[in-house]
Design a protein around this ligand. Sequence first.
Ligand SMILES: NC(=O)c1ccc[n+]([C@@H]2O[C@H](COP(=O)([O-])OP(=O)(O)OC[C@H]3O[C@@H](n4cnc5c(N)ncnc54)[C@H](OP(=O)(O)O)[C@@H]3O)[C@@H](O)[C@H]2O)c1
Length: 277
Amino acid sequence: MTIAITGATGNIGGAVARALAADGVPFRMIVRDAARAPELPGAEVAVATFDDVDASRAALEGVDLLLMVSAAEAEDRLDQHRAFVGAAATAGVRHVVYTSFLGAAEDATFTLGRDHWATEQAIRATDMGHTFLRDSFYLDFVEDLVGEDGVIRGPAGDGAMAAVARADVARVATTVLEHPEAHLDRTYELTGPVAITLAEAAAIVSEVRGRPVSYHPETLDEAYASRARWNPEPWQADAWVSTYTAIAEGALAHVSGDVERVTGRAPMSLREVLGAR
Ligand SMILES: NC(=O)c1ccc[n+]([C@@H]2O[C@H](COP(=O)([O-])OP(=O)(O)OC[C@H]3O[C@@H](n4cnc5c(N)ncnc54)[C@H](OP(=O)(O)O)[C@@H]3O)[C@@H](O)[C@H]2O)c1
């Protein structure tokens, strides 16, 4: 069984790479820049970007099991994903583990959830098996939502989210790669242990960091206006704002037990994630 993973220069893929190496599992890292690949025992390196079909096919030669970490946000990300999925199918990959998004759907309020749904569909349309890891928002990201003035601003109303630690997503992915048969053609919802509102998240950040942090629920117009200073493309602004409107409508409030079911370990809370940073 030959395993390949993408994203090894990033958070999730990097954590999976370290875990596989620590467990003595050989694998191939498919990276965009070989110079930035981590040096790990038992790991070989191949170079490809998702949109380079020839390089991807060559990098995936002989691979049975693939962890495909979704690419960085881009307007053409879905095209990149489709190209890489096609390359994997042609190269003979038998099972793709894909980091999708909670509530991935054609009409998901969080606009990037639509790309994830379409990527899942592209994988389903091949002969390859799948395991979809439908991640909630990352708990690690919560502190980054806090503005310089100590305020989290967004149109999330009083909605709650059961965000998940990147470390838990990586633990689930590692378990699936090490026991693929048990997780073939399954979809997991990866959430944290509890759903919290942004006001509660702000209070936890405030308490752990010892500085005032609060939440200001914006209107939709306020949300687009307050982000205009970064000059986002329309698709990017929609993605940013819909992060919050998805929370407002309750799309991220569901708490799943899948992290614990797969790994045997309870998922981390926001407090634990902040403590580990
Ligand atoms: N659920 C959430 O809240 C949330 C939040 C943010 C992102 N995400 C998604 O989750 C993914 C993993 O999160 P993370 O924290 O591990 O992200 P990360 O640290 O930014 O790592 C992303 C990895 O994917 C690689 N990559 C990006 N675009 C690629 C492309 N077009 N072709 C090939 N490789 C590519 C990057 O390579 P380089 O080092 O060469 O850039 C990097 O290794 C992200 O890429 C994004 O799709 C989810």
